[in-house]
Design a protein around this ligand. Structure first.
Ligand code: NZQ
Ligand code: ZN
Length: 389
């Protein structure tokens, strides 16, 4: 194993009924005024809003509502939230939703107390947070990003057309409440895209050195098999508690830093998808589904041993009589088949990217990270985009 330091600052409450049981007590701890932040209104339709409000009222909290956080949250929305938090002297931000709400709330928790420009100082480049962001609590309503147990916040600067994620441990939520029954109402399209995002986080970690046997890769293989099994089960029966609760925990496990310990990683597929999102506002998990197989067809020969392991240990493919290359490639094709099976898009066209989109500009704006099996070039990314079309 490579060296590492591990800490996770989020206290996690998991399971059916956990919001009812713990939120009243948790919210009291931080003061009188709570900013309840949420997205486009799904929480009002599925009863989550009423349950949360009842807990906050029981705690005697003054509630400031901040709604309308859209998918791929923007820096403008962060500034709007920070202004509201300052004006109302908010003691706790409570984000209720998916990755977009949680990420926006993390950035708001910083911008509400920081005098400078947080984009410039913390997103345009990595910065050092030498102040305490406003306390944040999150209630997860869809499995996918794993934002609930890390300090990661992916923000889009619309003016600059840049979507960037940073993971600052100080932005970890103080607490996360995860009730799997809250995800029953997630539409199938979003459920599978969130599920694929989980798989992507694990693959982006797994396909990097070290390659010799290590704890991270072992856990990752078990998690990948689990996501595949649980997604299939949740598609068959959206109210399958076992599947939904597994997916929720798999999502957190993929991104709570545990499987990343000792790994190198470049998350290059995410780098590509984020810029695709910055230009087209596409759905994150669906964008990843389009890119992954094509990207892996480009790099599998550079990480052949791991791609072979993936074929055998994740997809159950028999290695008998097959060359290393053939076996590795079969694993990638099995992944592509799975993407089709669960109904995700397989081309940029299906994702809604039309021919007027400037793929070269998007490719040129992608961050080229190192840490994976091969560092990309902008030319190769453009090739990948064109093959995805
Ligand atoms: O906005 P509402 O009305 O709530 O509807 C949402 C939204 O339309 C809906 N939804 C959520 N829970 C629901 C529900 N609908 C019915 N019932 C429920 N229980 O789902 C839609 C998508 O929500 P969103 O939060 O946008 O999805 P997701 O969780 O996939 O988050 C995507 C964002 O997270 C970033 C992505 O780039 C993207 O901006 N990521 C954050 C990461 C992190 N912080 O660690 C890592 C990821 O790689 C990712 O980049
Ligand atoms: Zn992701």
């Amino acid at each position: 194993m490579n060296n590492f330091i591990f800490e996770n600052g989020t206290k996690t409450y998991f399971g059916k009924g956990c919001v009812r049981e713990y939120l009243t007590c948790l919210s009291r701890h931080y003061g009188q005024t709570v900013m309840l932040a949420y997205g486009g209104g799904s929480i009002k339709r599925n009863g989550v809003y009423d349950e949360v409000m009842a807990c906050l009222q029981k705690a005697g909290q003054k509630v400031i509502e901040f709604s309308g956080i859209g998918a791929n949250p923007t820096y403008a929305k962060v500034l709007e939230g920070a202004k509201a938090a300052r004006e109302n002297k908010v003691d706790l931000i409570l984000g209720v939703g998916g990755g977009s709400v949680m990420d926006c709330c993390k950035a708001i928790s910083m911008a509400a107390v920081y005098d400078g420009d947080i984009w410039k100082d913390f997103w345009a480049r990595p910065g050092v947070i030498d102040f305490e962001p406003l306390p944040l609590g999150v209630i997860v309503t869809v499995a996918g990003t794993g934002s609930e147990m890390n300090g990661g916040a992916v923000i889009t600067n619309e003016e600059l057309k840049i979507k960037t994620g940073r993971d600052y441990p100080k932005c970890n939520a103080k607490f996360a409440l995860m009730d799997p029954t809250y995800t029953y109402s997630v539409p199938k399209e979003q459920m599978v895209s969130g599920g694929f995002d989980i798989l992507s986080h694990i693959m982006e970690t797994y396909f990097s050195e070290p390659d010799e046997g290590n704890v991270s890769d072992d856990i990752s293989e078990a998690l990948m098999r689990g996501v595949i099994r649980d997604l299939r089960a949740a598609i068959r029966d959206p109210q399958d508690y076992t599947a939904r609760s597994n997916l929720m925990w798999e999502s957190a496990m993929a991104e709570n830093r545990i499987i990343k310990l000792g790994k190198r990683m470049d998350f290059e597929c995410h780098q590509m998808e984020h810029q695709l999102g910055a230009y087209t506002n596409c759905n994150h998990g669906a964008g990843l589904a389009v890119l992954h197989p094509v990207y892996y067809r480009h790099i599998y020969k550079d990480g052949l041993a791991k791609f072979e392991r993936f074929a055998v240990n994740v997809w159950g493919i028999s290695p008998e009589g097959k060359s290393s290359e053939a076996l590795a490639r079969e694993g990638v094709e099995e992944l592509a088949k799975f993407i089709r099976e669960i109904g995700l898009p397989a081309t940029l066209r299906e994702l809604g990217v039309d021919e007027t989109t400037d793929l070269k500009a998007i490719a040129d704006s992608c961050n080229l990270a190192s840490g994976g099996y091969r560092k990309m070039t902008h030319e190769e990314i453009l090739k990948i985009f064109r093959e995805c079309y």
